[in-house]
Every structure is written in C-alpha cells, then in structure tokens.
Design a protein around this ligand. Structure first.
Ligand code: BV8
Ligand code: ZN
Length: 253
C-alpha cells in the first residue's frame, strides 16, 4: 500500500493561487514506463560511459556504435506507454492559465500523454539530423543499407538529440529560462539535477521568487534549496496533486 501523500498548507495555497507554473522533467518521470534512467542503479549509463556514446567525438570515432545504441533505445521507447506521471502533467497543463513543461527527456512520452505546451531541451530520439548539413528528417530509415543511414548530402544521419558538449537549442532554452523566471510555482520532477544548463532552471526560478517543489524518489543536488521536497514516485505523487487541483481550484478549465 503506497504511503499516504500529504501536501503542505504552503503548497496547497500555491496550487490554488498560482497562475504561472513550470515543470522541469527528467528521466525519473519515464522510469515507471519501464525506461531506464541515466544514473540510477540500473541506469542506462551503467552499461556505457556517457563520453563513450552521447558526444559528437564518440559519433565521429564510431558512428555505427552510437547509431546502434540509439536504435536500441528507440525500439525500447516504441514499446512503452506514458505512465500516470505523464498523464498528470498533461492534465496540469489544462488547469493553470500559464504553463510550460520543460523536459530533458527525448522519449516523446510527454507528447504521447497529451502534453502540448512543452519544450525539449535535449531534443527528441524520434527525429534524425544530418551530422554534416544538419537537415532534420523524421523517418526511421530502418531499411537503410548503411549504418548509420546517409543524408542525401552524403553525410551520416544522427539522432536529433543534444550530446554532451553541444549547445542546447536556443528555441527551447530561451523560453524555458523566461518561463522559469516568471514562474510562481516550479516543479522539478524525476531529475538528478546534475546536467547543465537544465539544472540551473530551478535556481533561476527560486531566485526570481518561485515556490520550488521537488518530486523525486531520493534527495538530489537541489533538495537543500527547494521549498518542498515530496519524496516518492512521480506516478503516485502527481495524480494526488491533480486530484487536489480538480477538487479545490475554482477556475479549473
Ligand atoms: C552544454 C540527450 C555548453 C542525449 C543528454 C565538464 C565537461 C564538459 C561539459 C560539462 C562539464 N561540466 C558541466 C558540463 C556541461 C554538461 C554537463 O552538465 N555535464 C554534467 C554531467 C556534469 N552539459 C552539457 O554538455 C550540455 N551542453 O553545456 O553546452 C558547453 C559546451 C562545451 C563544454 C561545456 C559546456 C548538454 C547536456 C545535454 C546532454 N544530453 N541527453 C541522450 O539522452 O542520449 S543529458 C541526459 O541527462 C538526459 O537528457 C537526461 O534527461 C539528463 C539528465 O538526467 P536526468 O533526467 O536527471 O536522469 P537521471 O538518471 O540523472 O536522474 C533520474 C532521477 O529520477 C534521479 O534523481 C532518480 O532519483 C529519480 N527517479 C527515478 N525514478 C523516479 C524518480 N523520481 C520520481 N519518480 C520516479 N519513479
Ligand atoms: Zn546532410
């Protein structure tokens, strides 16, 4: 029997009054869908070192290995569904007048659950990009004769995700930073808050006056700085928050 989840009076007050809300999500939100996280005990990185795979130099050194690793992850992701955490986040988008989901995840599960007001800080595994001319393509190229598949320009295709040492897309980072500064209520959900610049967003929100809530199964780098730490599974805690909102918030749409 999952333990009873109680929300503090301060958080309940914020949930009822906040107009501008931001949620930063990480791999922990997808873990209940069966997707390994990066740094948990059975995390993806256990088997590989990030430097070995999720960097431009790794791709230049061994494009086949990196492409195969993403093909393996793509296949895994295609076989799983959004979990109650993704569904709850999609519902919260409809409850608050101004809402932005800032995800570090590349698994497309938020979109599958119905989230629309979101930015993808680290790209999306379902999209490909040419390593040479940067042209984006969405077809899986699963029938390609070469591994990785080739762009019409002759360059190798790579997943359209942000690797370590690569800049985040300005069209995602800039709105994420602006919304974090304007937020009255900021949730950090299922992220170890180790990867920058994504991990700077909770601090940006806090310094600008937001009430910052962390939802995680364990403590993280930002736990000492948040206003409320809800320890537990995102798939159990977020539905409790949505239930509270639906029962108590006047202007719910
Ligand atoms: C950049 C896409 C400018 C690819 C990812 C030193 C040298 C070089 C670089 C750096 C350096 N120091 C800092 C940097 C910058 C570097 C960085 O931050 N490194 C870290 C590791 C120190 N950042 C970058 O390189 C970024 N670019 O800064 O450009 C620049 C340029 C050159 C040099 C310097 C700077 C680009 C970062 C983007 C990398 N790409 N992913 C792919 O997916 O293959 S990052 C990867 O980590 C994923 O996107 C993932 O989302 C992200 C963060 O991880 P989390 O999501 O937090 O997942 P994690 O497993 O860590 O945590 C899961 C959490 O969930 C845990 O806390 C767990 O307790 C919790 N949990 C588990 N289950 C549940 C749960 N919580 C709730 N409910 C549950 N059920
Ligand atoms: Zn090309």
């Amino acid at each position: 029997m999952p333990k009873r989840i109680s929300l503090s009076p301060a958080l309940e007050e914020k949930l009822l009054s906040a107009k501008k809300v931001v949620i930063l999500s990480g791999a922990g939100v997808s873990s209940e869908s069966g997707i390994s996280t990066f740094r948990d005990k059975d995390g993806l990185w256990e088997k590989f070192k990030p430097e070995d795979l999720a960097t431009p130099s790794a791709f230049q050194r061994n494009p086949q290995l990196v492409w195969e690793w993403y093909a393996y992850r793509r296949k895994k992701i295609q076989s799983v569904k959004p979990n109650p955490a993704h569904v709850a986040i999609a519902k919260m988008e409809k409850i608050f007048p101004e809402f932005l989901l800032v995800t570090q995840n590349i698994d497309n599960l938020h979109q599958k659950a119905g989230s629309r007001k979101l930015v993808e800080l680290h790209g999306n595994i379902n999209r490909n990009k040419c390593f040479t001319c940067e042209k984006i393509s969405s077809d899986s190229k699963s029938d390609s004769k070469t591994v990785p598949p080739l762009c019409p320009c002759g360059g190798y295709l790579r997943p359209d995700v942000v690797w370590f040492g690569e800049l985040l897309p300005e069209k995602a980072l800039e709105p994420a930073q602006r919304a974090s500064i304007e937020a009255e209520l900021f949730f950090s959900v299922g992220t170890s808050a180790l990867v920058y610049p994504a991990a700077s967003l909770p601090f940006l929100a806090k310094e600008a006056g937001a009430f910052v809530v962390e939802i995680n199964t364990g403590e993280t780098e930002i736990s000492p700085a948040v206003d409320e730490l809800l320890l537990g599974k995102a798939g159990e805690i977020l539905p409790v928050i949505v239930k509270f909102l639906k029962q108590n918030r006047k202007n719910k749409k």
